[in-house]
Design a protein around this ligand. Sequence first.
Ligand SMILES: *[C@@H]1O[C@H](CO)[C@@H](O)[C@H](O)[C@H]1NC(C)=O
Ligand SMILES: *[C@@H]1O[C@H](CO)[C@@H](O)[C@H](O)[C@H]1NC(C)=O
Length: 271
Amino acid sequence: MGSLFPLSLLLFLAAAYPGVGSALGRGTDRARGSKGSSPTPSRTSVPFWVRVSPEFVAVPPGGSVWLNCSSSCPQPQSSSLRTRLQQGKTLRGPGWVHYQLLDVRAWSSQAHCFVTCAGKTRWATARITAYKPPHSVILEPPVLEGRKYTLRCHVTHVFPVGYLVVTLRCGGRIIYSESLERFTGLDLANVTLTYEFPAGPRDFRQPVICHARLNLDGLVVHSSSAPITLMIAWSPAPTALASCSIAALVGILLAVGAAYLYRYLAMKSPE
Ligand SMILES: *[C@@H]1O[C@H](CO)[C@@H](O)[C@H](O)[C@H]1NC(C)=O
Ligand SMILES: *[C@@H]1O[C@H](CO)[C@@H](O)[C@H](O)[C@H]1NC(C)=O
């Protein structure tokens, strides 16, 4: 590559402006005529860009990913990737370097790709997210006790739990929603949400759905349970109902499965 591009600045101009011949002519004339100085282009700061692709990528926990770092610098002095993630193979081509990252487990990481061109260093940043959409979202058949239905929803094998929001809907109306921000574990987990739903006459024959949403800053993953219709006929006591609708009992149960994670990773077996 070096021997092909002896005059890095001129070639940079040629690449930047498609009308190669004339642009080169004008560029050199202007450089000589107006300035008459700076014969060493490598000392001046050359405008160039650095890009990393993809800029945002999500992988299952323990997975690997390739990042392509490209630049418009015709003759980079150096290019490197800085990240806390484990690096694997590196492939190089004209104007790009392809970096492999291995065993991504932190739910969110960054990788900075640095390129130094004619003494100036620029960089681009990629964000890498490890996530696993729920394997299943299961709503147990609601159990009617007194005037309340006990709704229990299981969200299995999900990661990262801290970015999970579990929502219960009845006939399209949100009856309960919980964000699990306070859970910061680094393993796949099973989540069970229990909610006592003071159903009213309007909820009769309405479908109840449990909805799990992973919101990973830009990447949103949705999963829903099969709907279950509330079928029990309503026994009369409507006035008491309206007032007790707030008094609901809620619980979240979290089972974290480190052992399962390893089995999952073994099954995935790295490429
Ligand atoms: C990396 O990106 C450059 C520029 O977009 C492209 O030409 C090159 O083929 C890519 N390399 C790989 C391995 O995808
Ligand atoms: C999570 O749920 C699945 C399926 O119900 C079960 O096989 C697994 O053992 C559970 N893991 C934990 C940690 O409870």
